[in-house]
Design a protein around this ligand. Structure first.
Ligand SMILES: *[C@@H]1O[C@H](CO)[C@@H](O)[C@H](O)[C@H]1NC(C)=O
Ligand SMILES: *[C@@H]1O[C@H](CO)[C@@H](O)[C@H](O)[C@H]1NC(C)=O
Ligand SMILES: *[C@@H]1O[C@H](CO)[C@@H](O)[C@H](O)[C@H]1NC(C)=O
Ligand SMILES: *[C@@H]1O[C@H](CO)[C@@H](O)[C@H](O)[C@H]1NC(C)=O
Ligand SMILES: *[C@@H]1O[C@H](CO)[C@@H](O)[C@H](O)[C@H]1NC(C)=O
Ligand SMILES: *[C@@H]1O[C@H](CO)[C@@H](O)[C@H](O)[C@H]1NC(C)=O
Length: 783
């Protein structure tokens, strides 16, 4: 059996002693007698408990029998407080359940038949940063037309719920009946309607939402006391995300007059299935697992998730659930998280997930800051009043210069009291509180303007924040100059508004906050896979935006985060699914990756906002590059990956044990009858190779499938990383038919030392070219 993993031991010391699990003989009436007495400590948490499948097939048990069997593992059904213990039982994603237990009770399960593993669930954070800007819907009218805007495809959004009566979810396109394979329901009890008041305290009935476009799936829980009894979005996150993926067209949308235009999701004709698995910005793992299970059983085509944290595969609901989704032909798209630019804090990094980072777009809501010395800087804000509200030549104050305490530099409430900021423009650092709140603090203390400044790690990424007074958000580079100037006597500044501008360069660039690889968990698969618009995205919002000056019927709001990038890709994946209903999830993913672009609109390598000097972004920031929907429709060749391949990859992962394998895949035979495969051998559309200590060369295999023209010849082009020789064999691939597969190998040899400034990774590119087709893969070599 597996030896305890140090990370695991830290998390769950109680399971240190778990060395073996007995073979399980199926549910039997004797089970109940084996249970240990209730231990009288009253601190309980939700444990996710994995069990071995009952012998034979779990299908041999009815749902009810399965449920009874799960309940037999509980000391009893309710806590002292009367709260039910059972939170969720699972029929498909895992064999097991989630229940409230004390540590002792959970530990006592270890000696029971059929027990595999139990661990306290964690809350996964949402992936929004509170920044604003907009997205230009890309020029992919061809794909929109060919896919009928995703008609008939069902996209599951697992998030904080939705504001159901928002115009983005009206059935304006009069969609046809949901496909027959849809097995979900939208028949929530009518008597529960009145308790679901929306944010305006109007009664809302879910029936109003259930239409041919929208399906609402409440997670029905055994516990009356548990979370999420209403589908109404309490943060705005889920509404925003769903709007980006599949929102119906809404005309003449704007925020305070900015970014005016038609708002539509990427796949406006796709059906939306809403599963509320998060609230208060947190997504408990047991709910994520249940949400994914429901989505799979309901028959959705695409699963969209914008939450998560770096986690070992067997302890992540998103990763386990998405593996089971894959087995039903469903692609899961997840955000990479917002922990950039720190390396290796990236979540949802399993190879069967399409992991998405965030890029800027070419739109800016421009504000100009002019200093008393004549220097001018462009920044952003979404709250742009009349030109008459411009503020001209007012005193500028940097609280850092006055008293270097954190409270002041971040403009926290209460910290301004010993400063005289009356009539002044105040400089505030971005972190800790919302910029809008900082602007209120400044206003309450008599300030008349605010400059939100970026620290080094936020670099050039700007947000269109909404402020209570005239304000601007500026880059780190500009911050340094502004601070230098402010140190002089009697500094002054002016803030003037220019409205929405398009074609801002460079764009796209990678957002400083977008999480970066390399993953420390997945054994060497390059992540993120792709990047997509995720900075200042305007989408549906359930509240009055910002300072309340926007009317609620505007109900659109700028948000930034990888949370906003992922649903773009989910919507595009829905369009591809419609055009290519026979493609596997891996093929859809491959098409998006091999057609992604790595150059910005000026034909330079996409730059990294976090570099503060427009340095080229590396593959750990952008993966294969920025998604290009119309090219993805017709990629020429794809790298397909079978379930067996993913299983072999899992078996080849360092530290994989039978127990972990079963927790991820629900396959009780574990790795005993399976091939082991190194991560770099997985038929992945990107190539990441680790040379290991003293290693000088490695050869990795790949297989491509022809989905372009029946008769075609592809020739390889390689951009060799500096100091690396890449030899592809064969160099020409000849196809006679669609669906034909060809194998090739890529031999990678070190010939020199790494290029300056890139001490850890060497990067190159492999492209199969045939006529209009360019099937590109990044090559990343790590020492
Ligand atoms: C829970 O335990 C604490 C001390 O361990 C005790 O003070 C408290 O009264 C207990 N609560 C209940 C509901 O039993
Ligand atoms: C479970 O045990 C607690 C005491 O630990 C008790 O208060 C509760 O009533 C029991 N529930 C049932 C259903 O027996
Ligand atoms: C700086 O501010 C802190 C708290 O606001 C205060 O305690 C301290 O005395 C101030 N220092 C100076 C030099 O003004
Ligand atoms: C604060 O500064 C303003 C203008 O700079 C001045 O008119 C006012 O008297 C000052 N208030 C105090 C309490 O010093
Ligand atoms: C700051 O704190 C005061 C006192 O607690 C409160 O009245 C005010 O609303 C707060 N301001 C902001 C912007 O939170
Ligand atoms: C690759 O490395 C092996 C030893 O690790 C060596 O035998 C072989 O000749 C090398 N191949 C090339 C092409 O350098």
């Amino acid at each position: 059996m597996d030896s305890p993993n140090p990370a695991l031991v830290l998390l769950t010391p109680l399971f240190l002693l778990l060395l073996a699990y007995p073979l399980f003989n199926g549910p039997d009436s004797a089970r109940a007698q084996q249970l240990l007495p209730i231990v009288k400590t009253n601190f309980t948490q939700v444990f996710i408990v994995h069990l071995q499948s009952p012998r034979g097939s779990p299908g041999l048990l009815t749902s009810e029998e399965l449920n009874d069997w799960y309940f037999s593992y509980l000391p009893n059904t309710t806590l002292d407080s009367g709260e039910p213990r059972m939170i969720h039982t699972y029929d498909y994603v895992i064999t097991g359940f989630a229940a409230r237990l004390t540590d002792e009770e959970a530990a006592s399960l270890e000696s029971t038949d059929g027990f595999v593993f139990a661990y306290p669930e964690k809350n996964q954070p949402l992936h929004t940063t509170y920044t604003p800007e907009f997205l230009g819907l890309n020029q992919f009218n061809g794909l929109w037309e060919h896919s009928s805007q995703g008609e008939g495809v069902i996209v599951a959004v697992l998030d904080t719920g939705i504001l159901p009566n928002h115009p983005s979810f009206a059935d304006t396109l009069k969609l046809p009946q949901p496909p027959l394979k849809w097995r979900g329901r939208c028949d929530l009890p009518a008597e529960s309607c009145p308790q679901w008041a929306d944010h305006d305290h109007k009664n809302f009935c879910p029936h109003d939402f259930c239409s041919q476009k929208n399906f609402l799936q409440l997670l029905l829980l055994s516990s009356a006391a548990v979370l999420l009894r209403t589908p109404i979005d309490d943060t705005g996150h889920g509404t925003h995300v769903a709007g980006i993926a599949v929102g119906s067209p809404v005309y003449n949308v704007h925020l305070n007059g900015l970014a005016r235009g038609t708002a539509a999701g990427m796949a406006p004709s796709a059906h939306l299935a809403v599963y509320r698995v998060c609230q208060n910005n947190e997504c408990p793992d047991s709910f994520s697992l249940k949400g994914i299970e429901k989505a799979i059983l309901d028959g959705v085509d695409i699963i969209q998730i914008s939450n998560g944290a770096p986690n070992e595969f067997h302890l992540s609901g998103n990763i386990k659930g998405s593996f089971r989704a894959l087995q039903k032909g469903i692609l899961t798209i997840c955000s990479a998280q917002n922990q950039g630019p720190i390396p290796s804090l990236i979540s949802n990094d399993a190879p069967w997930i399409l992991t998405v980072g965030a890029a800027s777009t070419g739109r800016r809501n421009t504000v100009v800051l002019k200093l008393g010395n004549g220097m001018m800087f462009n920044g952003e804000s979404s709250n742009q009043p009349d030109p008459s509200d411009n503020i001209i030549d007012l005193p500028l104050i940097n609280p850092v210069g006055v008293n270097k305490t954190h409270e002041k530099t971040f403009c926290l409430n209460g910290s301004m009291t010993d400063l005289n900021i009356t009539g002044k423009i105040v400089i505030c650092r971005k972190e800790f509180t919302e910029p809008h709140e900082k602007s209120k603090v400044v206003k309450e203390a008599g300030g008349v303007g605010i400059i939100i400044v970026n620290q080094k790690w936020s670099g050039d990424t700007l947000s269109s924040y909404s402020f209570a007074i005239p304000g601007i958000h500026v880059t780190h580079k500009d911050t340094l100059k502004i601070r230098d100037y402010t140190a002089k006597t009697n500094p002054t500044a002016s803030i003037t508004f220019k409205g929405t501008e398009f074609g801002i360069r460079p764009s796209p660039s990678i957002a400083a906050f977008s999480s970066r690889g390399p993953s420390s968990i997945n054994g060497g698969i390059l992540k993120p896979d792709v990047i997509a618009p995720g900075v200042n995205i305007l989408s549906a919002w359930p509240f009055d935006a910002g300072d309340g000056s926007a009317k609620s019927d505007d109900a659109f709001h700028f948000e930034s985060g990888t949370s906003m990038a992922a649903p773009h890709v989910s919507g595009i994946a829905a369009l591809l699914k419609k055009v290519h209903p026979d493609w596997t999830p891996a093929m859809i993913k491959s098409a998006l990756m091999t057609t992604a672009y790595t150059e910005d609109r000026d034909k330079n390598r996409i730059t990294d906002d976090a570099s503060n000097r427009r340095a080229p972004a590396n593959a750990f920031a952008i993966g294969a590059g920025h998604v290009n929907p119309s090219a993805a429709e017709d990629p020429g060749l794809v790298y397909d990956t079978s379930i067996e391949d993913y299983m072999s990859y899992l078996c080849g992962l360092n530290g994989m044990s039978p127990r972990k394998f079963i927790m991820i895949t629900s396959d009780p035979s574990a790795c005993s009858n399976k091939k082991k495969m190194a991560a770099e051998e997985l038929n992945y559309p990107s190539i990441q190779v680790s040379m290991g200590w003293g290693g000088k060369n490695k050869t990795v295999p790949r297989t491509v499938t022809n989905v372009g023209k029946a008769n075609s010849i592809y020739m390889v082009t390689v951009v060799e990383p500096n100091g690396v020789k890449v030899d592809v064999n064969p160099k020409t691939l000849e196809f006679d038919s669609i669906g034909e597969e060809k194998k090739f190998t890529v031999e990678i040899s070190l010939t020199g030392s790494p290029p300056a400034g890139q001490r850890e990774a060497w990067e190159g590119r492999l492209v199969w070219v045939s006529g209009k087709y360019q099937v590109a893969s990044p090559i990343v070599v790590i020492e």
